[in-house]
Ligand binder design. Structure first.
Ligand SMILES: [Zn+2]
Length: 648
């Protein structure tokens, strides 16, 4: 672990322009620098680097962050790895911190599980290639499936002996602790005996991005076995099924080179595609895709092609998961394999060239694919067709990019024989709902200076991050040290200056209000500490914060485009800065924050009230009703102050 003071030295030394320029040619434009975004494809530059704020922001894809975030994202590094990279660049010696006992234990356990897993992979591999049973059972299986020796080595496949405790016994004899054998799931304890989870199976090690063995998949070979065909390692400190894609370690380089990732279902599909010279392939191992897996792919490419071999029902069931892929802004294509073929069998039936050609010629946009599939089912039934249109519109509405949405709407209009404006209308409706929810996450320039004019029921139902929380933090970061007001102390006649952060901290802590968003809460606590101790704190401390959650939220908030407020007056545009209207804006945002909190509180009381009514607790009903009424009065007062800008 890198100690705190070294991290600070690294963050201080890193100059964002120097760091970015190593990968992206930049040109100076005013106070900022401009270049082509390395994170998405673009022809006109929208990637901006601000040396004064020490952040980058792409106005095309929305990526934002500080030097460390840039290195992490660009080089696919973890936070400590990125820090070490920067340390090297700026010739800073990295002092690794001594770990606490607890950290050491946790790390040791993780290490131990990795060591045991690596040992198991070696054992299984030896069993396969160097034992009679392995050769006659395991190798025979792989040969029958047509796999080459170099592929077996590449994926480090192995074999676990038929005998129920062969592996466990050997591991214990070799000095491995039973505790770790059980925690990795390799062994199962029954009373004081240890049995093998994977006995009689061919073994597929599942690797981390850097090639460490995290877990295993095992395939049973006996056809009459009364057990699952495939068995996976259970969840452990090192193996989290939802975060892993099989083959990612072997595929990562090729995915970046080809700028595309093929997704298949099984271990042997991945291996077969490698034999067909397609190396940019991963498998979800039978489970439906998770958001973490999608984000893992997105680190390497925005283009994903899913190979389907199932029947219509199976495909229909998996369509839901694909909306999630669209939502992440990935381009999804589908290839349907010929009847009765899976990627494994089909890639072996035709030549490599023909297989690749087949993939390229048969890939369809996901939306088109889904439309045609569902349309073929709906036939001429108007009710089914109406449902289908709703379904498709929902998929289109989650796509973050407007141009892509437009293309799909045009296409669906033709295929479905529905006029474009109707589809637009439906998509826009869903988008508005979604935008509202998103505004809690990403404030847009249209949101200021007038505060959001509607509070709909959605806020009451409380998606956790609240827009006004982010606004409070943004104002603290940007204007915390600015003067809010000046007053004369009546007793000694001295002038007192109240800063923006003094005012905000006083208002919020005075009413005992808390932040719902964890990261906003962390930043606020820091401001509160500084303010209460008479210290100043600036935006840089947060943008460079060692906690990556804090640094990236700060960078995001500081990079927004609220700098100018346009005011229309007699058909002329006046430009005012936020700074010129600071007092009004800060006051309004604090009020908005309070009203948001009251609304949530009222909602909570309302559900308690319902409970109390159900259980005939008259006393409680009265108390809650009073509290509800008090809150409503307070809310009314706030909205009058805000000048009817909040509709309740
Ligand atoms: Zn970009």
């Amino acid at each position: 672990m890198i100690d705190r003071s070294t991290i600070e030295r690294i963050l201080d030394a890193a100059q964002i322009i120097e760091v970015v320029q190593e990968f992206v040619p930049l040109k100076k434009r005013g106070v900022n620098y401009l270049g082509l975004c390395p994170f998405h494809n673009e022809k006109t530059p929208s990637f901006t680097v601000s040396p004064s704020k020490e952040i980058f922001k792409c106005f095309g894809c929305g990526k934002v962050g500080n030097s460390v975030n840039f290195v992490m994202e660009h080089e696919h590094l973890t936070y400590p790895e990125a820090l070490k990279y920067l340390a090297k660049k700026y010739h800073i010696e990295v002092v690794e911190k001594e770990l606490t006992r607890e950290e050491l234990e946790k790390q040791n356990e993780r290490e131990s599980l990795l060591v045991v897993s690596a040992y198991a992979a070696r054992q299984f591999s030896e069993n396969l290639f160097r034992s009679d049973e392995g050769m006659s059972v395991g190798i025979t299986y792989f040969k029958e499936r047509g796999f080459r020796q170099d592929t077996l080595k590449k994926f480090e496949v192995g074999y676990s002996f038929e005998k129920r405790d062969a592996f466990s016994k050997k591991a214990i004899d070799d000095g491995y602790k039973t505790d770790f054998l059980v925690k990795t799931g390799l062994s199962i304890q029954h009373e004081d005996r240890f049995y093998d989870r994977f006995s009689g199976r061919v073994m597929f090690p599942i690797h981390s991005l850097s090639g460490q063995v995290l877990g295993f998949g095992g395939r049973v070979l006996k056809t009459d076995a009364k057990t699952a065909k495939y068995l996976n390692s259970p969840e452990s400190e090192i193996y989290h099924k939802s975060r892993i894609l099989y083959g990612m370690y072997q595929a990562r380089k090729s995915i970046t080179q080809e700028d595309r990732c093929y997704l298949v279902e099984g271990y042997t599909d991945v291996m077969s595609l490698h034999e067909a010279n397609i190396e940019n392939v991963v498998a979800s191992s039978g489970t439906s895709l998770t958001q973490e897996q999608i984000r893992l792919i997105k680190r390497f490419t925005p283009n994903i092609t899913i190979l389907y071999d199932g029947d219509a029902a199976g495909i229909k069931a998996s369509l839901r998961g694909i909306d999630m892929v669209l939502e992440e802004g990935l381009n999804v294509k589908i290839v349907l394999l010929p009847d009765g073929e899976d990627p494994d069998s089909y890639s072996k039936k035709v030549t490599n060239e023909d297989f690749l050609k087949f993939l390229k010629e048969n890939e369809t946009d996901f939306i088109r694919f889904k439309t045609l599939l569902l349309l073929s089912e709906a036939n001429n039934d108007p009710v089914l067709k109406a449902n289908l249109i709703k379904d498709i519109v929902k998929s289109i509405a989650v796509i973050p990019e407007a141009i892509t949405r437009t293309v799909y709407i045009k296409e669906c209009s033709t295929v479905l024989e529905v006029p474009e404006p109707i589809l637009y209308n439906e998509v826009n409706k869903l988008q508005r709902q979604k935008n509202f929810q998103d505004r809690n996450k990403y404030p847009g320039p249209e949101d200021l200076p007038v505060l959001p004019t509607v509070i709909t029921k959605q806020i009451q139902q409380g998606p956790v991050p609240i827009y006004s929380e982010r606004e409070i933090i943004r104002l603290l970061l940007k204007f915390g040290t600015f003067e809010f007001e000046r007053t004369i102390n009546k007793e000694d006649g001295r002038e007192e200056v109240l800063s923006v952060s003094d005012f905000i901290v006083r208002e919020i802590t005075g009413d005992g209000l808390l932040f719902n968003d964890r990261v906003c809460g962390k930043i606020f606590a820091d401001f509160r500490f500084h303010t209460e101790h008479g210290l100043m704190t600036g935006d840089k401390q947060f943008v460079k914060h060692e906690d990556p959650e804090i640094s990236s939220l700060s960078a995001d908030l500081l990079a927004d485009s609220h700098e100018l407020i346009r005011i229309w007056k007699d058909k002329q545009t006046f430009v005012e800065t936020e700074e010129m209207k600071l007092k009004d804006i800060v006051g309004d945002v604090v009020l908005k924050f309070k009203s948001d909190k009251i609304i949530i509180l009222r909602k909570e009381i309302m559900s308690q009230l319902e409970e109390a009514v159900k259980s005939n607790d008259i006393e409680k009903v009265l108390i809650l009703q009073k509290r509800y009424a008090n809150l409503s009065v307070a809310l009314g007062a706030i909205s009058r102050k805000l000048g009817n800008r909040i509709l309740l």
